[in-house]
Design a protein around this ligand. Sequence first.
Ligand code: AGP
Length: 619
Amino acid sequence: MCGIVGYVGGRPCLDLLVAGLEKLEYRGYDSAGISVIDNGQIENVRAVGNLENLRAAVAEQADEGGGVAVAAPAATTGVAHTRWATHGRVTEENAHPHGDCTDRIHIVLNGIVENHAELRRELAEQGHHFSSETDAEIVSHLIERNYDGDLTDAVRRSFGELRGHYAFVAMHADEPGRLVGARKECPLVAGVGEGETFLASAIPAFLAETREAVAIENDEIVTIGAGGISITDSKGNPVERAAEEISWDEAAAEKGGYETFMLKEIHEQADAVAETIADRLPSDDGVDLSEVELDDDYLRGIQRIVIVACGTSYHAGLVGRYAIEEWARVPIEMDIASEYRYRNPVISEHDLVIGITQSGETADTLAAMRLARENGAKVLAITNVMGSQATRDSDAVLYTRAGPEVSVAATKTFVAQVASMYLLGLRLAELRGTLPPERIAALVAELKSIPSKIETTLAVSEAPAREIAAAQAEHDFFLYLGRHIGLPVCLEGALKLKEISYIPTDAYAAGEMKHGPIALLDESTPVICIATDSPVLEKVLSNVEEVRARGAETIAIVTEGEEKAAQVADATIEVARTDWILQPIVAILPLQLLAYEIARARDLNVDQPRNLAKTVTVE
Ligand code: AGP
């Protein structure tokens, strides 16, 4: 989730752009850059690391008598960017803004260009030369190819050739006083001031300068100048839209208008999955994991997979186990990393050990990964942070693309991890021939439908979750029940409630109830049951009736249209229907909301719960 800021107006733009980037720092980043137009030229500076490094690079340029700082008094048009790497390592060359072959067109982009590989090949065959490993740089060369003296027109035509999930802003040295942006899913907003206009990926970037904002909608092209903005649809038809007065304070703006980062991140889950699967499902019938540096023969030959992780990442691994065993028929062993590393486990060179860690810095998971490598196994890291330690303690990396997660309680990184396990399961099934092509194609289609199913499920779950939370918030113990692929969901739901509400919970395999935990039940015990579609749904429903017979209050998460499931519990929350193996990625949503609403009902700080850190780097 990169940060974009653009400015056109009467004031020197460098400080305004740097101030805008500072306001976007909360989004997290690993490098940054600025380009300004000065006297028909583009001056550019980029730096790896934080804005301090960028400022130092600007000062260094000035010492050498050039660069954006020297140009800045005159430059009133510029773009700036904070990068959260998804394609290409964390280097200065891969930092934005990116230029075309003539260096007269510069762009900044947030999101992912799905068809970047084929466009890069095409453009290279036509003589374009690239200076970065990024998908984003494609856009500057496409605009170069389409440019015929009108930047807006060139951007619109280039927009038509792109596929993906992105927003970008472009400038041309021949057109100072003009910036052109385009939006496909990723956010883009204009800030309208007196004789000046901003374009940004989020309102905080310009809130200190103007409170007049104009939202740019999907498939729209926006042109800004000192005099204001004009918007067209992707066909060039003009679109009228009035500015809105933004009343948020800066803290609220950082949360995108949500009251907490956790709620904001819950609502970013559709994007997190969409970006994680984006260019890994380039067609309708296959999975492209060519970025994972494990060759196909090796993947065909692995005899066992061991998944090591902690907390929420462990629960994502558990979901992955069901999918990979079911689709690819590879035996999977699950291990809590802090146990695995001291258990003197049996490891062989035919093992693939997968370390799942969103931060990429969790000490126990890293130690487990190192142990596996030292004993001859290959290690695949599934992480959300490029350049993290996990990427160095592994032989290959599969990145989730959830963007930085601020709230301690993991939500969007969980669904992104589950999505990446599904990608891996399907790729292994393809390579090992364990699923018929039509089944793989059906699952690819289902996986592509998940982002919109997350949107609909969140929309229909919010009200019932709030209602149930209000009714149950005072209870001092909750029991979660799940079975088969529903078990990891209930474990994760219980962890969320523990983490942010401090209420003791127990999460149990429903079939185990009668072997002990059923003794815990009485009419004051709320029991959350994962009763979504699965091969054991009937069994789960009879477990729910078993619980109800002891007078406990039952709340069931059910798949839409599952009449029978909706009848057995005292209260239900429906989630979108999808293939039973993919059901966990939507079934977790009402549990996140329930935990959230209960914690809010108890007036607790959900973003920074007591005793917890976002990244556990201690052993
Ligand atoms: C989850 O909400 C917690 N923050 C915690 O359990 C977390 O999942 C665990 O510490 C693992 O973190 P990692 O994914 O960064 O390795």
